[in-house]
Unconditional design. Structure first.
Ligand SMILES: Cc1cc2nc3c(=O)[nH]c(=O)nc-3n(C[C@H](O)[C@H](O)[C@H](O)COP(=O)(O)O)c2cc1C
Ligand SMILES: [Fe+2]
Ligand SMILES: [Fe+2]
Length: 316
């Protein structure tokens, strides 16, 4: 399939997949998402960061070929950096290995058994395991690795491209959103915030204690000072990293300016419904914002999103 690679900065391309049609991801309702992968052209080697769902690789290969053509380089991936084992980011690794049998694959120590388990055809493949502080030079382009356990899986890691200040954060800082534009600044900030909020509420909340610690660790490693972009594996790329770091800091610490109360109820003969509506009238007359969910029809991933930044929740 012919598909364009998107140049982020010199030598770095987005080569991901637009999944326009997905509407449900393990109970999370969404209106499409993207599986972001990136190609980095070093002077000596070419590195691919993450890959895509099995069976979703047509666009991915089209974009990779386009990036190689744009760079005028021999079509050869030398390195794969596998930041996470979940198959929306690793499901095409076997295709990459089959095409380029000499490819070196870098992943966290926890990722190796998971990858071998998910991809039995790679059971005998030799992975290079890396940890926080390790780095890899592909010729004028240096990657530094940072383990990020529970952001959002035990195997997760971040990869920083030092020269460009791009943090490839995999699932962390993502949004399930599928747009023709790739960057944060091409999207209305309200839409971007809403998508990031739903994603955080549904996928990151349980790891909230890890968020602040990881941002502090990145600062101690000197990576926040050089940070220019955050390139997650879903949704828009942040050319303004402070936008999403500030939101994550707020959500992970429960610091909300609003007064929102969320009502969550179900009813058969309408008395609970009447009670919920009457209570809502009471708090609204005090100037409180109300969100109302009737679980007969409403979607649980939307409920969780409002629970994230509510001051109180009523369940009936
Ligand atoms: C999802 C759901 C399941 C229910 N299951 C039962 C049940 O197993 N047995 C029963 O006597 N009533 C059941 N009810 C009826 C509740 O007892 C009734 O809805 C409750 O008293 C609240 O009153 P309301 O429907 O007027 O709000 C159910 C109601 C809902 C919404
Ligand atoms: Fe994941
Ligand atoms: Fe993912």
């Amino acid at each position: 399939m012919k598909a364009d690679a998107y140049k982020i900065v010199d030598d770095v391309y987005w080569v991901g997949v637009l999944d326009w049609d997905i509407r449900d991801y393990h109970g999370y309702t969404l209106n499409g998402t993207t599986y972001n992968c990136y190609l980095v052209f070093g002077e000596d080697k070419v590195a691919l960061i993450d890959n895509v769902y099995p069976g979703k690789s047509e666009q991915f290969w089209g974009r990779i070929k386009d990036a190689f053509e744009k760079e005028g380089r021999e079509f050869k991936i030398d390195v794969v950096i596998q930041n996470h084992i979940e198959n929306d980011h690793s499901g095409s690794l076997s295709e990459v290995v089959a095409k380029f049998p000499d490819v070196e694959v870098y992943c966290s120590k926890k990722a190796e058994p998971g990858l071998k388990n998910h991809l039995p055809e790679l059971a005998d493949f030799e992975f290079n395991t890396v940890k926080t502080g390790d780095s890899l030079d592909i010729g004028g382009k240096t990657f530094q690795f940072v383990n990020a356990p529970m952001l959002h899986w035990p195997d997760s890691m971040f990869t920083m491209l030092m020269e460009e200040g791009i943090l490839f954060s995999n699932d962390a800082f993502g949004q399930h959103i599928c747009l023709s534009e790739r960057l944060d600044k091409d999207v209305d900030p309200v839409i971007l915030t809403e998508a990031a909020r739903k994603y955080y509420a549904n996928l990151i909340t349980l790891s909230s204690p890890m968020v602040g610690r990881k941002i502090e660790e990145l600062a101690k490693l000197g990576l926040v000072d050089i940070l220019k972009m955050i390139a997650p594996c879903h949704g828009q790329i942040f050319t303004d990293p402070s936008f999403i770091i500030d939101l994550y800091t707020k959500w992970s610490t429960g610091t909300y300016e609003g007064t929102k109360i969320t009502f969550i109820y179900d009813t058969m003969h309408h008395s609970t419904q009447r009670m919920a509506h009457a209570m809502a009238e009471g708090v609204m007359s005090e100037g409180v914002e109300v969100k109302m969910y009737f679980m007969h029809d409403d979607d649980k991933s939307d409920v969780v999103t409002d629970v994230l930044d509510s001051k109180a929740i009523f369940v009936g």
